[in-house]
Each structure stands twice: as structure tokens, then as C-alpha cells.
Design a protein around this ligand. Structure first.
Ligand SMILES: [Zn+2]
Length: 164
């Protein structure tokens, strides 16, 4: 059983490797990721967040649910939108709940990848789903939402985590 890793864990800063085996183990991993995400009241979860350095994420937000493997992210609308964003891997050390901060993201994106059976998947998104895709895609490249914050704001958020 995998557990959610928190900022300070090197796996969150390591670019994930492509998935190569579309086997039973991968299908189990995707199921487990949904379970961990729902148990934590999350809306998205990427492999590195549970210590699995593979290019896979799951999401369930704005009535859209799915998973992406080996995704590419295309920015369709570069306009920056600032909304509150948080991350299961960036929790408050007092409450254990995600810490939120206003974070700029592109307004519209398309993700292209495959599903756990290797079938092509393409999803075009705006709003919170587009934000979620950018957030999860960042995880696959060893990035966290706090990287997009102004320095002072980033420091403020990180100071409240278990490993400041
Ligand atoms: Zn996250």
C-alpha cells in the first residue's frame, strides 16, 4: 500500500519515467490511485505523489473523471487565470489538510496520452479541469504548484508544511 508523500520528499522533485508495461500491475496502480485520492478528498493524484515515479495521474473534478498515462500537455489558451490551488503533497503540519494559494495557470489546455489499456486519450479543458491537468502534469516533471508562486508567497506556504 502506497502513502501520500509530502514536500521535502525527493520523489516529488524527480521527473517521472514513462510507463512501458500496460499490464495488470498498472491497472491495479490506477485503481489504487483513485482510492488514495478519494480517501484524501483530493481531485487529482500523480504517481510521484505516492512514491511511484511513473508518468500517470488520475483526476475527478468538475464532473470529469479519468486517468492519463504518458501525457503530453498542449496549452490552447495562454491567458493566465489566478485561482486558489492546493496539493495533497503540500499539507499544513497542523491540520494535515492541503495549503492553498492563488496560483496562475493557463486558461485552456489539451492533454493527449493513453489509458491503462494503451488506448489513445485526448481531453480538452478549461477552468478547474485545465488547472488540474497543469498541476498533475507538473508533478510528472518534478514540479509543485508552489513553484508558480511569487517568492514571498512560496516561502509562506512552505513554512507551514511538515518539513519547512
Ligand atoms: Zn499536487
Amino acid at each position: 500500500m502506497h502513502e501520500i508523500r509530502h514536500v521535502g520528499d525527493p520523489v516529488l522533485r524527480t521527473p517521472a519515467e514513462p510507463v512501458t508495461d500496460f499490464d495488470k500491475e498498472l491497472r491495479r496502480l490506477v485503481d489504487e490511485m483513485f482510492g488514495i485520492m478519494y480517501a484524501a478528498d483530493g481531485v487529482g493524484l500523480a504517481g510521484p505523489q505516492i512514491g511511484v515515479p511513473r508518468r500517470v495521474f488520475v483526476y475527478d473534478i468538475s464532473n470529469r473523471k479519468g486517468h492519463l498515462i504518458n501525457p503530453e500537455l498542449i496549452v490552447d489558451d495562454e491567458e493566465q487565470v489566478v485561482e486558489e490551488e492546493g496539493c495533497l503533497s503540500v499539507p499544513s503540519r497542523e491540520t494535515g489538510k492541503p495549503l492553498y494559494a492563488p496560483t496562475p495557470r493557463a486558461a485552456g489546455v489539451t492533454v493527449i496520452g493513453v489509458d491503462r489499456l494503451g488506448r489513445p486519450v485526448s481531453v480538452t479543458a478549461r477552468g478547474m479541469l485545465a488547472r488540474c491537468f497543469q498541476h498533475e502534469f507538473d508533478h510528472l516533471n518534478g514540479k509543485l504548484y508552489v513553484d508558480h508562486l511569487p517568492r514571498e508567497e512560496r516561502r509562506h506556504v512552505l513554512a507551514a508544511t511538515p518539513q519547512p
